[in-house]
Design a protein around this ligand. Sequence first.
Ligand code: CO8
Length: 373
Amino acid sequence: MTNPVISATGLWTPPHSISNAELVASYNAWADIWNRENEAEIKSGLMDPKTHSSVEFIEKASGIKSRFVIDKAGVIDPDIMAPRIPERPNEQISVLAEMAVLAARDAMQAAGRKPEEIGAVICAASNMQRAYPAMAIEVQQALGIEGFAFDMNVACSSATFGIQTAADFVRAGHAKSVLMVNPEICSGHLNFTDRDSHFIFGDVATAVLIENEAMAPAAHWKILGTKLKTQFSNNIRNNFGFLNRAAPDGVGAPDKLFLQEGRKVFREVVPMVAEMIGEHMGELGLTPEGLRRMWLHQANANMNRLISAKVLGREAAEDDSPTVLDTYANTSSAGSIIAFHKHSGDFKPGERGLICSFGAGYSAGTVFVERTG
Ligand code: CO8
């Protein structure tokens, strides 16, 4: 048996950011147009008017202040309300793979890793651009990696499920080094005309190199243990699939875009995740006092505060459980990896932390790590 470790992480952030004020202004303009167009039905009581969204509500309910997106112009245009990303010819790399490659290069550079030393690529994300060929194989080709590659989707938990899968490959000797990427174009699946969720998501790509300890750089992260859990729930859904299609702008087909019972998700997922972290910590002989930091899935700041407090048995400070929600919003599978990437540089050898994801399915994953070197 060989020891899998995390050698490095990488991040690619889109160049365009949308503030809450900009997003709310476009939603409110769209709602006013919709109300004008449906004036007769609204007056006769057949339809309810659309009410305005609010910057204050968004920040208080979620902790989100802005989000990065691939296409800002389409999202904030009240006549479009969706990203407009031109289709590319088959000869050109897809947008999703391109983002993944940029994050992957960042991770490979940090680890000093050459493509020929990597044996497998996993693309683990909520939102795949197409069914096949796999995005992971496109990334593999673009980087010049040999071996094998495939896509996997466990919604917001895709990255921790990807880390465990990669760690198992390293342990079993199927690959010495596995590149796991999480490109997320969440804006493509978000209904920007749904006031309850139009503010939640952003776009980004992250990458993690999971490798045999023998080839890892001296400063790396030991993987102390991984644990995965799923439990069916209808509370977060997206029914888009090959048997049905959304209208180009999503309007009129809300169940083919992201849809959730946010309150129920909040109530049910917080205890499920806190309990899972406690159980896994006990199985590994770890204690909350021995945990320097938690890099939690970035869905909602209040949710993360509650989960952290349940695990630690006290109020958590920003240093215990940092958030990137204010600038990135919810980036699905990439969220906990962005938090880890940006807020782990101050760790000393021997210090321990937790990468934790949770989301649709329901699904949840915990990865306990220890800094070395
Ligand atoms: N502006 C003003 N008011 C609003 C707005 C708005 N934008 N939205 C809702 N309100 C109003 C509501 O109408 C309601 O009014 P009333 O009390 O009169 O009925 C009031 O504000 C309160 O609404 P809610 O109860 O909905 O508000 P909450 O406090 O519950 O906050 C949240 C809403 C932020 C959604 C919160 O419930 C939450 O974060 N829940 C957890 C969500 C979560 O973690 N989901 C996981 C999703 S990620 C995942 O796994 C899927 C990945 C797939 C990626 C897909 C990419 C698109």
